[in-house]
Structures are given as structure tokens and as C-alpha cells.
Design a protein around this ligand. Structure first.
Ligand code: ATP
Length: 328
């Protein structure tokens, strides 16, 4: 492995997700393994602009593999979206002797890295970190598996009370533009219906389906709704609409919200983070740059950042059919 790069920085940017700490740990330890220096950048690109750096070694990342959130903090930086801001960031990296960086974040963070790479020919790599799983070039983003498990845990608990009171529950989960969480947690949690941004279910079909389920002898049901479902009504408006049309139902709404972003990462996310961190650093050491590392068919892969940003991460349509069959 050629070792032209002597110092790599790591930062977390955009929304946090479980597994980011495990990825930081992996980047830091892979640097140590290859005997190159590593610095952490606090608060994403804003910290880069301000030179908010900290030297990191294998012992500075002990006891974090199991922690949610990010020890480096995350931020959104408007200043980095300007060429003046990025020049300041470049100057800070130069001053600190940093020769490449690994950014853990979503497509916005990758866009920033891609532009930065073009402007300064600066080596960059991306690790996908977002619970929404909405990034092209990887079957799983960091935090997605943990978020699914969190949602399933909540749905199981809601089911206990739903069945005790013969109630219908609308459970809203995260996913403004992507229905991965709703679809998979919906199937895993045994939901009656699943509403996602990618698919127009329609209000009439929802009513029909709920009527059918009542007629088939179900006394309680759970409907999982992604934040950005296609019907366009928020979950409370949807409740009012269904109650007005199906008065036999007593509906409760549960919005899971930010709890889906927290918690200890699942084993899957920890292993994923460890594998992706190794690959990101080793790519930089091999002279590769401007790629996102990801996981496809359980193999670590690399995808050009631009493709990862522009590509669509589509839902698996077979899951829609499975969901329909399961709610018979
Ligand atoms: P999430 O999935 O949580 O939204 P994200 O990485 O997509 O994560 P963003 O807020 O979109 O989150 O982007 C994070 C940061 O990346 C921004 O605050 C900004 O600093 C930088 N960034 C985003 N888009 C651009 C851009 N077009 N040019 C330069 N920098 C950008």
C-alpha cells in the first residue's frame, strides 16, 4: 500500500445516526494500524472552517463503539456552502498538515466533499451515515438497522396496548423522502397498512383496507406511516379523516420522532461502521479519492461520490407485495 498521505481527518456532518462513533473509531484505528496520523474535526464543516481539530489515536476512541450520536458532534454549515467558507476550511487543513478527509454523513455532506475535492484537488472519501437509508450505492447506511430495531421495539409495545383496547394505531416514523424505515419496520412489526412516500396508496384504498380488516375479525390494527407519505395529509389529519369515515374505529396516533435517531448501535451497524471505516482510509492510502464506501451483497464497495449523490436509492417493490399478503 503506497503511503503518500501522512495525516487524515475525520468528521461527522448533517444529521447524526447510531454507528457514527463506531465509524470514527474505525477510521482512527485504521490510521494507527497504518502508522499515519489522524485528527478529528468537531462540528462538521463548520469546525473545519474554524480549525476545531483534535489529534486522535487508538486510545482516544475507546468505549465509543457502543454509543449513539457522535463524539465529534455534528453541525450544518451554511458558510461551507460558499467558496470563501471552503477556502477558509482548506487553509485550516493545510495549516494542520491534513492531506485527506473522511466525512461521515448524508448526501448533503457528500455534495460538500465533492465540491471541495474539485476546487482544491483535495482527497476525500464518504461514509454514508443516516437512518433513512436513502443513499445510492449501499444497501445499508449507518444507523438504519438500529433505527429499524428501535421502531420495531416501539411498535411491539404499542401493539400490547392496541390489542388490550381494540384500538387502531397510526404510528409515524421518520422518512420524509424515503420509505425504507416504514416499509421494513411495517412488515417486521406486522402492520396492517404501510404508507410511504414512494407509493400512492390513496385514501379510499386505506379506508377499504381498514374496513376489510375489521370485517375479517381483527380487533386492533397498526398502520405505519412515513413522515412524507404520498397522501399528503399529516398523521393527525389522516386520523381525523379516517375517524370521520369509519366511526367504528377509535384511533390513537404515536409519532416516534427523534428517539429513532438515538440509542446504542445494533451489532450490524457496528460491524458495518468498522468495515466502511477501514475501506475509506485504505482507499485514501491507495490514492483513491472522491468515492463513497458502501455495502452491496455483503461486500464493501466504492461508488463515485457524484453517483452516490445523484442516484436514487429505490425501495424493494417485492416488499410492498409481501406487506399486502401479510395483512390478509
Ligand atoms: P442528512 O441525511 O441528515 O440530511 P446530510 O449530510 O444530507 O445529512 P445536509 O444538512 O444536507 O445533511 O448537509 C450537511 C452539510 O454539508 C451542510 O450543512 C453543508 O455544510 C454541507 N453541504 C451541503 N450541501 C452543500 C453544497 N451544495 N455545497 C457545499 N456544502 C454543502
Amino acid at each position: 500500500m503506497s503511503k503518500t498521505i501522512k495525516k487524515i481527518a475525520v468528521l461527522t456532518s448533517g444529521g447524526d445516526s447510531p454507528g457514527m462513533n463506531a465509524a470514527i473509531r474505525s477510521v482512527v484505528r485504521t490510521c494507527a494500524y497504518h502508522q499515519i496520523e489522524c485528527v478529528g474535526i468537531y462540528r462538521g464543516y463548520q469546525g473545519m472552517i474554524e480549525g476545531d481539530f483534535i489529534p486522535m489515536g487508538p486510545r482516544t476512541v475507546h468505549n465509543i463503539i457502543n454509543k449513539g450520536g457522535t463524539i465529534l458532534k455534528s453541525a450544518r454549515s451554511k458558510e461551507f456552502m460558499t467558496s470563501e467558507g471552503r477556502k477558509k476550511a482548506y487553509d485550516q487543513l493545510q495549516k494542520a498538515g491534513v492531506e485527506g478527509f473522511v466525512v461521515i454523513g448524508g448526501d448533503g455532506s457528500f455534495t460538500g466533499a465533492e465540491i471541495f475535492n474539485k476546487e482544491f484537488q483535495f482527497p476525500v472519501m464518504g461514509i454514508p451515515g443516516t437512518i433513512d437509508n436513502d443513499i445510492f450505492g449501499t444497501s445499508h447506511t449507518l444507523g438504519y438497522d438500529t433505527a429499524l430495531n428501535t421502531v420495531i421495539d416501539c411498535i411491539d409495545k404499542i401493539r400490547d396496548t392496541a390489542s388490550s383496547h381494540n384500538r387502531l394505531f397510526f404510528v409515524e416514523v421518520m422518512g420524509r423522502d424515503a420509505g425504507h424505515i416504514a416499509l421494513n419496520a411495517g412488515i417486521g412489526g406486522g402492520a396492517e397498512e404501510i404508507l410511504i412516500p414512494e407509493e400512492e396508496l390513496g385514501l379510499e384504498r386505506l379506508l377499504e383496507s381498514l374496513k376489510k380488516s375489521k370485517a375479517s375479525g381483527k380487533s386492533s390494527s397498526i398502520v405505519v406511516i412515513a413522515e412524507g407519505d404520498k397522501i399528503g395529509k399529516n398523521v393527525f389529519e389522516l386520523k381525523d379523516y379516517v375517524e370521520a369515515n369509519l366511526p367504528e374505529y377509535e384511533i390513537r396516533v404515536s409519532v416516534l420522532g427523534h428517539m429513532q435517531r438515538g440509542g446504542a448501535p445494533s451489532c450490524y451497524d457496528r460491524v458495518l461502521a468498522s468495515r466502511l471505516g477501514v475501506k475509506a482510509v485504505e482507499c485514501l492510502l491507495e490514492g483513491k479519492s472522491n468515492f463513497m464506501v458502501g455495502m452491496l451483497n455483503d461486500k464493501v464497495t466504492i461508488t463515485p461520490l457524484l453517483q452516490a449523490i445523484k442516484g436514487e436509492s429505490e425501495i424493494d417493490r417485492e416488499l410492498l407485495r409481501v406487506a399486502e399478503i401479510m395483512s390478509v
